[in-house]
Ligand binder design. Sequence first.
Ligand code: MTE
Ligand code: MO
Length: 496
Amino acid sequence: MTELDFPAWLRIEHWLNFLFLTLALRSGLEILATHPKLYRRPDSAPGTEWARFTRKTMPTDKLYDTLDEEESYSPLVALPGRRNLGMGRHWHFVSVLAWIMVGAVYYVLLFATGQWRRYIPTSWSVFPQAWDDAVTYLSFNLPPLLPGEPLDAIQKLTYAAVIFLLAPFQILTGALQSPAIEARFPWAVRAFGGRQSVRTLHFLGLLAFAGFIVIHLAMVFFWSWGQLNALMIFGEVRNIYWAVALSFVIIAAVVAAHAAATVWSLRRPRSVQRRLGAIVGPFRRLLLRPLRSRQDYPVRTVSEQHRVNGKPPDSTEYKVMAVHGFQDWRLQVGGLVEHPMTLDLDGLRQLGDRQRQRVLHNCVQGWSSIAEWGGLPLAELVARVKPLPDARYVCFLTMQDTGRDEPSAKGRGRFYEVIDLALASYPQVLLAYEMNGAPLPIQHGAPLRLRVETQVGFKMAKWIDGIEFVEDYAGIGHGMGGWREDYVHYDKDVEV
Ligand SMILES: Nc1nc2c(c(=O)[nH]1)N[C@H]1C(S)=C(S)[C@@H](COP(=O)(O)O)O[C@H]1N2
Ligand SMILES: [Mo]
């Protein structure tokens, strides 16, 4: 039988796991900060949260949107802290990818070498033994190790639970928050009690990991810091002084990595956006881009109060248009197309049959709501205007001037978003002029907004008045593929 010792691969895996898991935890807290409330109901209705991690209270006498609810956490707890969801997302996805790869190698090696026996019990006797161990710990004594094994019974069961249950659970509840996965497998989300239950479970998983790390460190400390670190560094109990010193060097290196990631993100977010985006991009395109939305939520699940992100245009022109039912509104469709068009609302309605879809909306902040949207499939507009062969992207221009309408936002200028032209042929990619059977309300984008059900909410530009087919988006705004990409450093392709 394999000796349950500490081979080099196991020691390396242990420390890499420490690095990536802590990066994932801190960046996870950054994501939480952007909507620091947890709900049971999938509509995240204001006031129904079961937990909140913010002292902010929302006004009852004036309009607010979910941007106003964002919290700023300290860089000591969140990566990078200070209201940088874009950065938090990049770090979360990159560290999670790395953590999953490290974990996959770990699984393979555990089973290939027979080391799995250190965690997975082969006899029932480990359970009564674990009970005895618990009693022993509670009386502030150390229980015996299992014969011929490196762990006591309760440790063995705890590690097994963390490695074989908690880790996969956290990956699953994370994956189930990807709009593309949710759109393709709506039943899976509902099996967990809905989008917000999944988010809650993912948060509880975070607490479980954090609790595990704290208890693990405390135990190593009280059991014997020197000996146990010698095992994890040299693979055997020797050079205790070196082991203690090296353990602090390793911990300092991990802390330095965190500090570097934090400072880099706070000082040069564009460079983080480009570098980390380039790592995550191929995985998104390979794994998530092929997924097609298959949502058809039952009527009774439609949210009474769909949440709102973004403030409507505050110009006189817009308000006059709104008073007149948007009769004077015109949509300019142009760029690299054979047949540019100018459409009013009737013209748009007559371009094709109205399509309806009852779907879950996922905001990048973490809240969700369900609504029925009605409008013209983007594919039908594309078929009319006939993009030229060079056209690769569609840019949606809006009437919202962010500097004027959302003064607390980090950027200026007209809100716009770019999507790949290829997405136009996807199911449920819609130019919506109706919501829940009525004309689109102002706060939800009247008279026209985009719906791309496999992506995160910020791509779905509201208050649209222009659609341009373009070859490249590098020359638009700051060239990152949308207003949010330009100013708050999100990725352009957001199936997660
Ligand atoms: N013009 C414009 N469109 C926008 C936004 C915005 O701020 N301005 N916010 C986006 C974000 S982040 C989300 S989550 C959705 C919210 O849509 P809703 O308000 O209808 O729920 O709109 C998107 N479209
Ligand atoms: Mo959003």
